[in-house]
Design a protein around this ligand. Structure first.
Ligand SMILES: Cc1cc2nc3c(=O)[nH]c(=O)nc-3n(C[C@H](O)[C@H](O)[C@H](O)COP(=O)(O)O)c2cc1C
Length: 189
């Protein structure tokens, strides 16, 4: 698949099953992430490649975060949250370890990490894998960051769920960029 085809044809795949990416595919995906544009070459991104038991540990961190907020939470709710990471064989958690004192604004450090995530999404698609970028309340919870070894100021940019698509993925709509184009007021271009 060429790069333009991969970029224009990528879709999110919510239902993912075994097998997850091979070692070789994970290496390719992470190398793609490393080529994201990165103002100041700060390398703000950190990746946790979670598979097998590590998915259970992530689920337990989610459950602890919920219990932190709601000490009386019922076991059914906790079990539901524990199971979230098992929606795919592999979850790469992408975190921006930000440096607020750097001359490069934190916003740009987040953008660089987001670009790294997008590179992973496109790489996964080009390798024939399915991928889904997820966040949700757990991505913003300080207890989740702490559980994963990060500071409150760091930002979980995404949980990238990876695996084999269960069924035929949707076809990417060929959406025209026309409605999103603007010109500088007072000029034609
Ligand atoms: C920062 C970010 C966070 C996202 N979080 C979620 C999420 O929590 N749950 C979800 O279903 N999709 C999430 N998505 C994926 C979008 O929902 C998805 O891209 C959108 O539905 C369009 O589908 P497509 O990627 O196939 O075009 C997220 C995407 C981004 C960029």
């Amino acid at each position: 698949m060429d790069a333009i085809e991969a970029l224009q044809g990528r879709v999110s795949v919510a239902r993912l099953v075994e097998p997850g990416p091979s070692r070789e595919q994970l290496d390719q995906i992470l190398r793609a992430a490393m080529r994201a544009p990165d103002h100041g070459v700060l390398r703000p991104w950190r990746f946790l490649v979670l598979e097998g038991d590590a998915l259970g540990r992530l689920g337990e961190i989610f459950a602890r975060a919920i219990r932190h907020d709601q000490p009386d939470v019922d076991e059914t709710t906790l079990q539901r949250i524990r199971e979230k990471p098992f929606r795919a064989p592999t979850v790469i958690t992408a975190v921006a370890e930000v440096d607020p004192d750097n001359r490069i604004p934190v916003e740009e450090q987040l953008l660089a990490t987001g670009a790294a995530v997008q590179n992973m999404m496109v790489a996964a698609h080009a390798l024939g894998l399915g991928a889904m970028w997820r966040t949700g309340s757990m991505a913003f919870h300080p207890e989740v960051k702490r559980g994963l070894g990060f500071a409150p100021r760091d930002r979980i940019v995404g949980f990238v769920y990876l695996g084999t698509p269960a069924g035929e993925p949707k076809t990417a709509p060929r959406e025209s960029p026309e409605p999103y184009l603007r010109t500088i007021p007072g000029s034609d271009s």
